[in-house]
Structures are given as structure tokens and as C-alpha cells.
Write a protein that binds this ligand. Structure first.
Ligand SMILES: *[C@@H]1O[C@H](CO)[C@@H](O)[C@H](O)[C@H]1NC(C)=O
Ligand SMILES: *[C@@H]1O[C@H](CO)[C@@H](O)[C@H](O)[C@H]1NC(C)=O
Length: 914
């Protein structure tokens, strides 16, 4: 619009002057810092130290810290660390004993000081660190292509005791993933302007875009500029509450304490990033084989006979079940480490455990951190004697959870850890459980503030309709700057008191550590202590499921996504959260199958078990307030469960091998599609499908009433694992419509894969002893095509997951087609373990080859075998699922094999034209 009249022009001028005036008046929170001196050290690989001075202090959110110390180190080829803290006073950091890493070196006595202007960049590793002295800002670029990955210039940099703000520019080509725990309705890719608040809270998973049980201040950034793809990761290692703002063009952190401790991981592939990340924070924990089996739980198994009935129900319905769980129903009045003498009498429970253990099944129970305040309760007595509880004003901090009034153990206190280890050991003598579920550890409290036990009424009121309503007499604690900090993070979407329904943030841990700082570490420290306890019992590999998690929790525990709802939306959201936990170094993760509450419809539960059968951690769990939802409760669900879990149990050797790889390299079991296909841009936001390992695609139905599913496949050949003669040949990014009748889920294996499978079974212990089939998927019609796979097996009772002679076997398979000759070979490392178990390969299913098979030659350990008992079955043409395709290829089975898995073999045959 043209301003035609001088009057309008004058008005516009007035308005703009007014606006700029108000902007100028708006108080700035900080004026940034100036770099005054630099020191460079060549010790220990070299580092850079910078001295920063505040330019001008303000009082908003407290005074600025006058002097900061910048520490920069290329810790290895792939990792850069940038650490900024108060130069004059120590500040809170994630404890170095909880998350082991190198502390920044102390100030040197007589440093070699450089002028701040003598240097403007500090290269090393695959990154270059560059900086501006005044106002201080820094940038991180990728050395190989000069791309700027992180750049804090043009933004305020503020560093106060309780308010730290730093931002980075981002290009439009960046796709970001991470920052949790958060249920993201928009899927895995971060959506501009969605809130990301990190602070552990007992907030149910069905709450969207809010801080949930865990805190993971890490993201992965995928850049695709003109087809050139690279990814990197950024961790801000800080346990204080923070808000993260992502606008699409920038990222801003507002943190209420601690230090800036950035780690940059250079990638360049997504798997490289998780490898580099878990090399720092700890590799994912080894898990026992049975943890990959199916788990059934419910809050509301009122007595042992109900639990027995559930185990029987699964057996009768022929649905696999490895692990039966108790929520708190087995406890005496919700007290940890006890049994309800009426409903879970110990002699009967022990008899039941004997029975299920002899079949190879396992039993896991819940424990909460809150210890009932009850002078006649031994756990409490010993805790008081050892002085293990979190304190406020010198007294144990009083809270309320299921047992009523409780104290919270302090897992930062070495006495707290040894007391906990001892209590678990006592409990294990009492009830030989196979794993522990640590719940409510954000930590959850039904009350807020400073509380006392009321003298005028019963607390807890055992007849209360809602036992989760606070019955203590409480006062909000707002008197300290820890309870009521100047900047309020958007915790639980409420900007509530930080101590809202948790420990008051002015409470203290061992050594005077403030709850304000250590809050989000509660579940992490509990998992470490619990892991130590389980390892000490009988030397078996621990299994722990934890609700609250932090950076590093994956080295100790598995995770489930917490309280979800039995809705179609929650079914869909579960995928994003599970994929996120893979990025967080916690690949053993799942959601409550069929929803925690309210009741799912039969159709929803049916679709949920089809998806849930392919969660890394697969457990059905529900709340007492909704009807029973074990998979055998409905015929249609049972049918789908037999089919989907049936495939899972056949795939167990593949999944267990993925667990091994996760433990070695952090590679998640469930992965976003872009992990294997980073050039395939349409997959960047894909959150309705995922990969298990490098090449198994799961495409679940997520919509009510649907009998087809729209699925996207990166180009190539994808074979349906339920119907191996059905194939998708994808050429581009279009969504294909696949049949998905009520009892079927689409699971496909990608060309180039050798998939180790077994016969399956109802319990993993049996399934893992059955003979193997190798599924060999060639791309259609390419001579010279190759397929690869591997399998790792071990004795899962041992704590370590490692390749040791006699304790584990690792086999790589390579198959190829050259001209008319098909060759399959294996390369065995440490075969003796497999040989001692008598494991055999009985069959190969070869996909995508053409012609009639003949002239088989087979050698084992170099010796030619008599192959007369071996036969080929030509099971027919592979059919393209999508009309119009003209795929020609066979499913050929090579049967009658008796190849010891533990011996290297070589096999070849010819395919004659048909
Ligand atoms: C950082 O951003 C500033 C301002 O946009 C720019 O001038 C500078 O070149 C950038 N630094 C790097 C290393 O990209
Ligand atoms: C305590 O604080 C909470 C959250 O800020 C508030 O909802 C509640 O009303 C307060 N209670 C009292 C007794 O002041």
C-alpha cells in the first residue's frame, strides 16, 4: 500500500517511533561478555582457555556472573567440548562420579597468555571452533565442508546464577530430533515453536508437548544441502531445569542453573552420532535374552491366583509370554520389599516362581523410592539408622506416595546406595525376582512443600477413593530462591513451583547438594544403585525398568513411556517417543500395549499388539480402573498376537544381535527410517513407520476401521516377512497402499539382508534352542547382488555382553549372485559356544533369484559335505503387491540342512534358466 497522504505518512512515522521507543525501554536481561585473554595448552592433546568479562550487569533474574572461564577441547577426532562456567566460584555440574568423564583442568599456575585477537579459530578434530572476542560469541563448523553447525553470534549470551541463556542460528536445511522426554504429536522431527521443557515430572505420557518423566538435553541435526547429507549431535550436559525454544531458524536454551557444557558429535551418519554420543555417556546396557520376550503386567492383580490365571491364560491361548509382572499389588500396604500375607502368601508365591522358573519364565516386580514412615518397618528402621534420606531443614523430607507418608532415599549418598543394595539383597532372599521396575522416581510426591503428618485425621486414609490426593498438612515453601527462582521454566506446562508434587527444591542431598540442582538426576541415580544391587546378587545380568531417566540411564535400565491412554492417538505417538529414546542411548524401550487406561476397544488392542510386538521392549500393562486387557481376552486380539508375537519370537536372534550392536555402538533397535536412508528426504519426518535394525520395516495400522495402510518405502525391493512371496518394489517416495486386514501387520525385509531367524516358540528359552533359518533377500534381477547379515549369541546369564571364547559366538553371513551362481558363506568367530549348545541351521529362504536350482556344493570347515539329503523347494513366483509391477523372482527354499551354526560353511549352486 502506498501512503498517499502526508497525514498518513506522518501517522506511520509516529507509530514507528513509538514502537521503537518501547522496544528500547524494554529492559535487556544481559549485555554479554568480552573475551579478555586466552591461554593455549599443548598438554594432553591440547586445549584452549578463555577469560570472559561481563560487559554490563543487570539485575533481571539476578546479577550477571562477572567473570567466566571458557574451556575448549577437541576431545577426539569426532568430539568437541565447549565448557563455560564461573571463573571465580565452583558451580553445580552433573556429578563426575555419576556420569564419568574428564573434568576441565584446573587453572594453570603461569599460563601462556595470548591476546584475545591473536587467534580467531581453533581447529582440531572434524570441527573448527571459531569465536568473536567482543561481544563474545562462538561458532562450530564442520571442517570438511565449512558448514556452520552452531553459531551463537547475533543473540544475547547471559550467564547468571539462576538464569543462563544462549542461542544458536540454524539454517533452513536443518532437521532436528531429540529433546525429551516429550510426547510429540508432530512426530519425531522437532516442530518450530513447540515448547520443549526439560525437568523430570510425574506427568502422564498422554500430555502433549510438555516435560515428562525424563530429561535428555540432546539433539541430532540432519542437514541436507543439495543431496549432500550429514548429521551431527549436540549435548548440553546440564541437569537443571531448562526451556528450549526452537523457531526453525534458531535454538535458544534458558537454563536455571549449572554450567554450559556442550559436546558436539561430528557424525556424519546418524548411527555415527549415536555411536559418538554413547561413547561419552555410556553404552546401552546388556539385557538378558528373556527381556526381548513378551511381558504382561497390570496394576490390579489382586492376588497370586489371578497372576497364575494370567500365565495359564497365555499358555492356553498359545500366545508367547516370557515375563509376568506385579505392580504394587503383591506388597503389604504398598511398602517396598514386602509381601501381602493374605493375597500373596510367601510359600505359595515361591512355589509359583519355582514352577515358572523351571519353564524359563521370569518375574519382575515394582518398587517405588518412597519408604513408608513406619517405626515397625525394618526397611525404614535401617534407613533411619543409616541416615539415608533427602532432608529439608535438617529433617528427612516428608512426602506422600502410595504407602502414605514416606521419606525419599538419597542415592547421591554413598550410605544411601549401600543401604539400598542391602535392602535389595534382603528382598531377593525373600522373593527371588528376576528384575526390578523402579517407578515414580521423578520423584513423584502427592503433596507439595513442607509437610507434617496430621494429628486430627487418618493419613493415609485406606478407604480414600483417591489415594493419590495429599493427606498430609503442607505449606508451600516459597521462602528461598531455590523454591521460587526468578526465571520460571514452563514445568509441566504450568510455570508452577519447581517443587510442585515432588521434593521441595530447597531440600538437600548428601554433601549439601540442592534438590534444585539434582532434581532430574533422581531416577538416574536410583537406576545406578539398583543396578549395583542386582549385579551383586548372583552375578546375573541385571534387568531394570525405570520411568525417570537422564543422560546415561541407558547404561543401566530399560524404559517404558509411562502412563498412556487407550486411544488411537496414543498408539501413534508411541512411535516417536520410542524412536527418541533410541537417540538418547536407551534403545530398550516400549509403550504400554493397549494403553494404560481407559479401556481400549478390541480393534485398538488388536492393532496395538501388532505394533507392540515390534517395540524393543514389548509389554501389555493396564490400570485397575479399566477392564482386563491380556491379549487372550479377545479372540481377534489373540489371533493377531499369535501372528505378530509369533514373528517376533522367530526374529529373536536378530533382535538379540541388535542388542549386542546397541551395546557396542549405541545403534538403536528401533530406528527412524532416515537412519538407514539418510539421502531419502521424504523419510525425515516419517513417524508412522520405523526400522528394526538396518533393514526390517514395520508399517502398522494406526487408524480405526482401516484395512489398508499407506506406507512409504525407500527405493528398492522389500519382502513381506509374513508372506515371503509378496514384495514391494519401490521406485520413489510415493505412499503405497498395502493390504492390512484385521489380523495382519506389514513387516518387510529390505534387499541385501541376511536375516537370522529361528522357529520361534512360546517362551524365549525354548525358542532360542530351535534350528535357524537364514532369510536371504536379494534385490530383484541384479546379477552381482549381495546380501549380508550376522548373529550374536551368548549366555545371557553373564553380566557382560562380549565376544569371549566359550561364552559367545558371532557369525557373519554373506550371500551373492554372480552370473547363474548363488553363493552363501559364513564366517564364525568363537564357534565353541554355539557348538556346545548344538545350534543348527536347517533352512535357507532365498528371495529374488530366478531359475531352477541344481549342482549344490557345500563345505563345512573346508570339508565337502554329502548333500543328498538337501533339497530345493521352488515355492513360486514372488508377486508384486502393487499392481502393474512386473517383478519376476522366486522364493527358493534350501531345506534338509544340518549345518552347525558354530562352523564356517560355504555353499553354492546354479540357477538354470526357466
Ligand atoms: C556466525 O554468524 C555471524 C552472524 O550471522 C556471521 O557473521 C559469522 O560468519 C558466523 N560464523 C560462522 C563460523 O559461520
Ligand atoms: C502451593 O502452590 C501451588 C502451585 O503453585 C498452588 O496451586 C497451591 O494453591 C499453593 N498452595 C498453598 C497452600 O498456597
Amino acid at each position: 500500500m502506498m501512503l498517499s497522504s502526508p497525514f498518513l505518512w506522518y501517522l506511520a512515522l509516529l507509530i514507528s517511533l513509538y514502537l521503537s521507543g518501547t522496544l528500547a525501554l524494554q529492559q535487556r536481561v544481559g549485555y554479554g561478555y568480552r573475551l579478555t585473554a586466552l591461554e593455549e595448552s599443548t598438554l594432553d592433546g591440547g586445549w584452549l582457555v578463555g577469560h570472559l568479562k561481563v560487559k554490563q550487569s543487570t539485575s533481571t533474574y539476578g546479577l550477571d556472573i562477572p567473570n567466566l572461564r571458557l574451556f575448549v577441547k577437541h576431545e577426539n577426532q569426532k568430539r568437541l567440548r565447549v565448557h563455560i562456567t564461573d571463573a571465580d566460584n565452583p558451580r553445580w555440574e552433573v556429578p563426575y562420579n555419576l556420569l564419568p568423564r574428564a573434568p576441565p583442568p584446573p587453572p594453570t599456575k603461569s599460563p601462556k597468555t595470548l591476546s584475545p585477537f591473536s587467534l580467531s579459530s581453533y581447529p582440531g578434530s572434524e570441527f573448527i571452533f571459531t569465536f568473536n572476542p567482543d561481544p563474545f560469541s562462538f561458532a562450530v563448523t564442520r571442517k570438511s565442508n565449512g558448514e556452520s553447525l552452531f553459531n551463537t553470534s547475533n543473540f544475547d549470551f547471559v550467564f547468571k546464577d539462576q538464569y543462563i541463556k544462549i542461542s544458536s542460528q540454524l539454517p533452513e536445511t536443518a532437521s532436528l530430533y531429540g529433546f525429551g522426554e516429550n510426547t510429540q504429536p508432530g512426530g519425531i522431527r522437532l516442530r518450530p515453536n513447540d515448547p520443549y521443557t526439560l525437568y523430570t515430572t510425574d506427568t502422564s505420557a498422554f500430555n502433549l508437548n510438555t516435560d515428562l518423566y525424563g530429561s535428555h538435553p540432546v539433539y541430532m541435526d540432519l542437514r541436507n544441502s543439495g543431496g549432500k547429507v550429514s548429521t551431527h549431535g549436540v549435548l548440553l550436559l546440564n541437569s537443571n531445569g531448562m526451556d528450549v525454544f526452537y523457531t526453525g531458524m534458531s535454538l535458544t536454551y534458558k537454563i536455571i542453573g549449572g554450567v554450559l557444557d556442550f559436546y558436539f558429535f561430528s557424525g556424519p551418519g546418524p548411527l555415527d552420532v549415536v555411536d559418538q554420543y554413547t561413547a561419552l555417556i555410556g553404552r546401552p546396557a546388556p539385557m538378558p535374552y528373556w527381556a526381548l520376550g513378551f511381558h504382561q503386567c497390570r496394576w490390579g492383580y489382586k492376588s497370586l491366583s489371578v497372576v497364575q490365571g494370567v500365565v495359564e491364560g497365555y499358555k492356553k491361548a498359545n500366545i508367547p509370554l516370557d515375563v509376568i509382572w506385579n505392580d504394587d499389588d503383591h506388597m503389604d500396604a504398598s511398602k517396598d520389599f514386602t509381601l501381602d500375607p493374605i493375597n500373596y502368601p510367601r510359600p505359595k508365591l515361591l512355589k509359583f516362581l519355582n514352577q515358572i522358573h523351571s519353564r524359563g519364565m521370569k518375574y519382575v516386580v515394582l518398587i517405588d523410592p518412597g519408604i513408608a514412615v513406619n517405626p515397625s518397618y525394618g526397611v525404614y528402621q535401617r534407613g533411619i539408622a543409616k541416615d539415608v534420606f533427602v532432608k529439608l531443614d535438617g529433617q528427612p523430607y516428608l512426602a506422600q506416595v502410595w504407602p502414605g507418608p514416606v521419606y525419599f532415599p538419597d542415592f547421591l549418598n554413598p550410605n544411601g546406595v549401600s543401604w539400598w543394595v542391602d535392602e535389595i539383597s534382603r528382598f531377593h532372599q525373600f522373593v527371588p525376582v528376576d528384575g526390578l521396575w523402579i517407578d515414580m522416581n521423578e520423584v513423584s510426591n502427592f503433596c507439595t512443600g513442607k509437610c507434617v503428618i496430621p494429628t486430627t485425621r487418618q493419613c493415609p486414609d485406606r478407604k480414600a477413593i483417591k489415594p493419590s490426593v495429599c493427606c498430609l498438612d503442607c505449606k508451600n515453601v516459597t521462602s528461598t530462591r531455590w523454591d521460587d527462582p526468578p526465571y520460571k521454566i514452563n514445568a509441566a506446562g504450568k510455570k508452577a513451583l519447581l517443587g510442585f508434587k515432588t521434593i521441595a527444591t530447597s531440600a538437600t542431598h548428601y554433601g549439601g547438594v540442592l534438590e534444585y540442582n539434582a532434581h532430574s538426576l533422581y531416577g538416574f541415580s536410583e537406576a545406578i544403585a539398583t543396578h549395583k544391587a542386582l549385579l551383586g546378587l548372583n552375578g546375573k545380568r541385571p534387568f531394570i525398568l525405570s520411568r525417570s531417566t537422564f543422560v546415561g540411564s541407558g547404561s543401566y535400565a530399560a524404559h517404558w513411556t509411562g502412563d498412556n491412554k487407550g486411544t488411537w492417538e496414543d498408539l501413534r505417538y508411541s512411535i516417536s517417543t520410542i524412536l527418541n529414546f533410541g537417540l538418547f542411548g536407551m534403545p530398550m524401550v516400549g509403550s504400554d500395549i493397549c494403553g494404560f487406561y481407559p479401556a481400549p476397544t478390541e480393534e485398538l488392542c488388536n492393532r496395538w499388539i501388532q505394533l507392540g510386538a515390534f517395540y524393543p521392549f514389548s509389554r501389555d500393562h493396564s490400570n485397575f480402573a479399566s477392564p482386563r486387557q491380556e491379549l487372550y481376552q479377545w479372540n481377534s486380539v489373540a489371533k493377531s498376537a499369535r501372528s505378530a508375537l509369533g514373528l517376533r519370537y522367530k526374529l529373536l536372534p536378530y533382535l538379540y544381535t541388535l542388542l549386542y550392536e546397541a551395546h557396542l555402538t549405541g545403534a538403536p533397535l528401533a530406528r527412524p527410517v532416515f537412519f538407514s536412508f539418510p539421502e531419502f528426504t521424504p523419510s525425515y519426518g516419517l513417524s508412522t513407520q520405523f526400522l528394526l535394525g538396518p533393514g526390517v520395516m514395520v508399517s502398522p495400522v494406526l487408524d480405526r476401521g482401516a484395512t489398508t495402510v499407506k506406507a512409504m518405502f525407500p527405493p528398492g525391493t522389500w519382502y513381506n516377512l509374513f508372506h515371503m512371496t509378496k514384495v514391494v518394489v519401490s521406485k520413489d517416495a510415493s505412499f503405497l497402499t498395502l493390504d492390512a486386514p484385521l489380523n495382519e501387520i506389514n513387516v518387510h525385509v529390505y534387499q541385501g539382508t541376511v536375516l537370522p531367524m529361528q522357529r520361534g516358540g512360546l517362551i524365549s528359552k525354548e525358542a532360542r534352542q530351535t534350528p535357524f533359518t537364514l532369510v536371504i533377500a536379494f534385490p530383484y534381477g541384479t546379477s552381482g547382488a549381495e546380501a549380508k547379515g550376522k548373529v550374536y549369541i551368548d549366555d545371557d546369564e553373564r553380566p557382560k555382553m562380549a565376544l569371549v571364547e566359550g561364552e559367545a559366538t558371532y557369525v557373519e553371513f554373506v550371500a551373492n549372485v554372480k552370473g547363474k551362481t548363488v553363493t552363501v558363506t559364513s564366517n564364525v568367530q568363537m564357534g565353541s559356544f554355539s557348538l556346545s549348545k548344538g545350534l543348527m541351521i536347517e533352512k535357507m529362504s532365498v528371495l529374488g533369484v530366478q531359475g531352477k536350482s541344481k549342482d549344490l556344493v557345500i563345505t563345512v570347515d573346508g570339508i565337502v559335505l554329502d548333500s543328498t539329503s538337501i533339497y530345493f523347494s521352488h515355492l513360486g513366483e514372488v508377486q508384486e503387491e502393487i499392481k502393474g509391477g512386473s517383478m519376476k523372482g522366486m522364493l527358493v527354499e534350501v531345506g534338509g540342512l544340518q549345518l552347525p551354526l558354530g562352523k564356517s560353511f560355504s555353499m553354492s549352486w546354479r540357477m538354470d534358466g526357466m
